[in-house]
Design a protein around this ligand. Structure first.
Ligand code: BES
Ligand code: MN
Ligand code: ZN
Length: 493
């Protein structure tokens, strides 16, 4: 992905395209007044040459008395009705209109217009993120012979004061866009290419670029350590499982934050085989792992003052003569025994050993896991908001607020003893499924049993948000924006 050159100034020069907002009443902003185009805009709206609805844009060329060749009008609808969602739609429409033009250097002034009580920092974040992300292209060679994405736009100047806060947020947003691109690439890759080995190689590669300490634990070592739950899932696959860890050290010997990401590179369901329709999409069952790696890429770029460790259990979930069966009882790394009633509830099995490992190995102050864990989460929240479960009010609220700010949103679901009882087994400490009611929560309860010492922990179920089906089929890069923003806020305090 080509990087855009971003900057902020109130005295811009050299731009070839002026981008201004237009409201339903034909009004615009101070930049439009400065460049003497608000009379023209007002007239165009009155004559209905431009209907300034959200998502509408109009590119004008060689406007009289304007000292740049293009003027892009971006509809924002009625000022009182502008919401965050509408604003982001308008920013996306801007990116697309610029992309379909010869604009090389745009002066964007939409950042002056913010919905609700948001501020210029928020606006710069979202403008930068969406513009840079519009350059994303899944371009692995396996995609075949296709025209390369080659955007004309190279530079964007925002109509804003050049302050440290503005520079920092642009840097954050741009690193976020690149982190998301890595996350998307990994989840979009076919499962015969993006194997557990490929995830391990990606981690090692990031380590070489950014100086992370990377460790990869192989099957024999897992056996020696007693990771019975992770091994039970891996047993049916020919692809060797990997337990990958990365360490980013930016704050001496302070206890780290741990991120644990589900890395099932293909989930067939195992012996409890999934139906055939849409099974291909289960290549994205490693989206949690991909988001952790994307977040680490951004950490490597931004170098905040904090310590973060990543733990990624990576395996396929396949049926075979060696695969785990319904009824099998296994012993997890924690020592707790698990009756596998459904081999398709494999995510929690690999995560429980990874959670135990992360806590014992790194003694993290806080721990966040992210996983495409349950289809039930898609039923509950659809594709717009990730599920959030936590044993800690402050952590849950902080994550949720961060998600509102980035608009990579989370919604908290409860954890409670009644749900935990659904995991009762007559033959082991617990079963790996809790029945149909509250399937997302019982998965969270399962993981909660592996959190030691009441350590603040949050579980993000990203089954609905990490991937879109239909004509936009592909990975979204979520929840990288919220993870990065949250980690940076942890560094500041
Ligand atoms: N990876 C799936 C969850 C999933 C489903 C993610 C659809 C994205 C889209 C997970 O491993 C799974 O199969 N979960 C089961 C759990 C059930 C057996 C308790 C599910 O959701 O059906
Ligand atoms: Mn499954
Ligand atoms: Zn799965």
């Amino acid at each position: 992905m080509k990087a855009i050159q971003f900057d902020c100034t109130l005295n811009p020069s050299d731009f070839d395209t002026l981008v201004v907002p237009v409201y339903a009443d034909g009004s615009s902003n101070a930049a439009a007044a400065t460049y003497g185009v608000n009379g023209l805009i007002q007239a165009l709206v009155e004559q209905k040459d431009f209907q300034p609805k959200v998502g509408h844009t109009l590119m004008l060329h060689t406007v009289a008395n304007l000292n740049c060749p293009r003027l892009l009008l971006v509809g924002l609808g009625e000022a009182e009705k502008l919401t965050v969602k509408k604003y982001l739609d308008a920013v996306n429409a801007t990116a697309s209109a610029l992309d379909h033009s010869g604009a090389r250097h745009a002066l964007i002034t939409l950042n002056s217009e913010v919905p609700n009580a948001e501020d210029s920092v928020w606006a710069l974040y979202h403008n930068t993120l969406q513009l840079q992300r519009s350059f994303y292209d899944y371009s692995h060679e396996s995609r075949g012979d296709r025209p390369e994405r080659d955007p004309v736009l190279t530079a964007v100047t925002f109509w804003a004061e050049d302050t440290p806060a503005h520079r920092d947020i642009i840097t954050q947003a741009q690193a976020t866009a690149f982190g998301m691109a890595l996350t998307q690439d990994l989840a979009n890759l076919p499962p015969n290419i993006c194997t557990p080995q490929y995830l391990a190689d990606t981690a090692v590669g990031l380590g070489q670029i950014y100086g992370f300490e990377v460790e990869v634990i192989e099957r024999e070592e897992m056996e020696r350590l007693g990771m019975g739950a992770l091994l039970a899932v891996a047993r049916g696959s020919e692809a060797p499982p990997k337990l990958i860890s990365l360490r980013y050290n930016g704050a001496g010997d302070a206890p780290p934050i741990a991120l644990v990401g589900k890395g099932v590179t293909f989930d067939s369901g195992g012996i409890s085989l999934k139906p055939g329709a849409g099974m291909d999409e289960m290549k994205y069952d490693m989206a949690g792992a991909a988001a952790v790696l994307g977040t680490f890429k951004a950490l490597g770029e931004l170098k905040p003052k904090l310590n973060v460790v990543a733990v990624i259990p990576a395996t396929e979930n396949m049926p075979s003569g060696k695969a785990a069966k319904p009824g099998d009882v296994i012993t997890s790394l924690s020592g707790q025994t698990i009756e596998i009633l459904n081999t398709d509830a494999e995510g929690r099995l690999i995560l429980c050993d990874a959670l135990t490992w992360a806590q014992r190995q790194f003694k993290p102050a806080k721990i966040v896991d992210l996983a495409t864990l349950t289809g039930a989460c898609i039923i509950a929240l659809g594709h717009h908001i990730s599920g959030l479960m936590s044993n800690d009010k402050t952590l849950a609220e902080t994550l949720q607020q961060t998600g509102e700010w980035t608009y990579d949103r989370l919604w908290r679901l409860p954890l409670s003893e009644e749900y935990d009882q659904q995991l009762k087994s007559n033959f082991a400490d617990m079963a790996n499924i809790g029945g149909r009611p509250a399937g997302t929560i019982t998965a969270g309860q399962f993981l909660a049993r592996f959190i030691e010492d009441n350590r603040p922990w949050a579980h993000l179920d990203i089954a609905g948000t990490a991937w879109l089906s239909g004509d936009k089929k592909g990975a979204t890069g979520r929840p990288v924006p919220t993870l990065i923003a949250w980690l940076l806020s942890e560094a500041a305090t």
